[in-house]
Ligand binder design. Structure first.
Ligand code: 48H
Ligand code: FE2
Length: 262
């Protein structure tokens, strides 16, 4: 058989079209494929939910590839190491409750398992806004407004496309980019102590790690915050290259959304 480039092109167009079209309505749309987003995606997809994940960059993984300052080992506490260990990532006790693992192994395993569990990943896609509706007398996030990352990077004036979902997970990390857009464009009150985005504080790993899980919540009807975005929206601290809070935040969001979806 001689290879035909037109069939290769046809295969890509056809398969991507069907994948994209099937994601016009999903249970959960996740913004950002960092550790918290990937963990939530894995657990929701494994529970049989229809999950689409949008990541601006070509690669999934967010801030987990580089460990601390590119020294690509991460630290995970004993109470959260099961999240990676259950997926087959080798964990090594360093001392007391501190475990380490290879940052690249952790990142690639989480990414792979999220995909294999059924998450539809759209890399090179940036979320630039949300869709909002009034449902039963209250405003609610009902979808994501998406655009091609190269369009964004080139600064081209090209209008976006929109997908619908029952829940959004805002997992954009330190910048809380999508939540900021939601607040800037709409006169709304968030489920944070002040009702608005409080901003991230400096390094305090111990408090930050507990807070990350605590602050993982439905911050606005239809929208959850996870990971660093949970702390940044609630005015808590950063924690450096320890990832237990990120993993448990993803697990918590997945569990709560799964329960709410019934
Ligand atoms: C599409 C987007 C958009 C957008 C951003 O930063 P992340 O790794 O997110 P978390 O919260 O799961 O993990 C945080 C962790 O990596 C970290 O930074 C820690 C623990 N820091 C501690 C410290 O002290 O610094 O990933 C977010 C992802 C990235 O891949 C972005 O490219 C992506 O979201 N993203 N994708 N549309 N609008 N905004
Ligand atoms: Fe960070």
């Amino acid at each position: 058989m001689s290879l035909n480039e037109k069939i290769i092109t046809d295969a890509i167009i056809t398969e991507f079209y069907h994948k994209f079209r099937d994601c016009l309505d999903v249970d959960v749309a996740i913004v950002g494929a960092g550790p918290s987003g990937m963990t939530a995606a894995y657990h929701l997809a494994k529970a049989g939910r229809k999950v689409a994940m949008f990541e601006r960059k070509l690669s999934m993984g967010g801030g987990m590839w580089g460990g601390g300052m590119t020294w690509n080992t991460i630290v995970v506490q004993e109470g959260s190491k099961h999240v990676l260990e259950d997926l087959g990532v080798p964990m090594k006790r360093y001392q007391d409750e501190y475990f380490t693992c290879d940052a690249v192994a952790a990142t690639t395993t989480l990414a792979s398992q999220a995909c294999l569990a059924g998450t539809r990943v759209f890399n090179c896609v940036s979320v630039e806004d949300v869709a909002i509706r009034e449902v039963d007398g209250e405003k609610r996030v009902t979808g994501l407004v998406i655009n091609s990352s190269p369009v964004e990077m080139a600064g081209l004036h090209v209008d976006p496309l929109v997908i619908g979902c029952k829940y959004v997970i805002e997992a954009t990390g330190h910048d809380t980019e999508v939540l900021k857009t939601l607040c800037r464009k709409n006169d709304i009150k968030l489920n944070t102590p002040s009702g608005s985005i409080q901003g991230e504080q400096s390094m305090w790993a111990d408090v930050a790690e507990t807070d990350t899980v605590e602050n993982t919540c439905e911050v606005f009807p239809g929208m959850y915050v996870t990971g660093m975005a949970a702390n940044a929206s609630h005015g808590s601290y950063r924690m450096g290259p320890i990832f237990g809070g990120m993993l448990l935040s993803g697990v918590k969001a997945a569990k709560e959304i799964n329960e709410k979806l019934g």
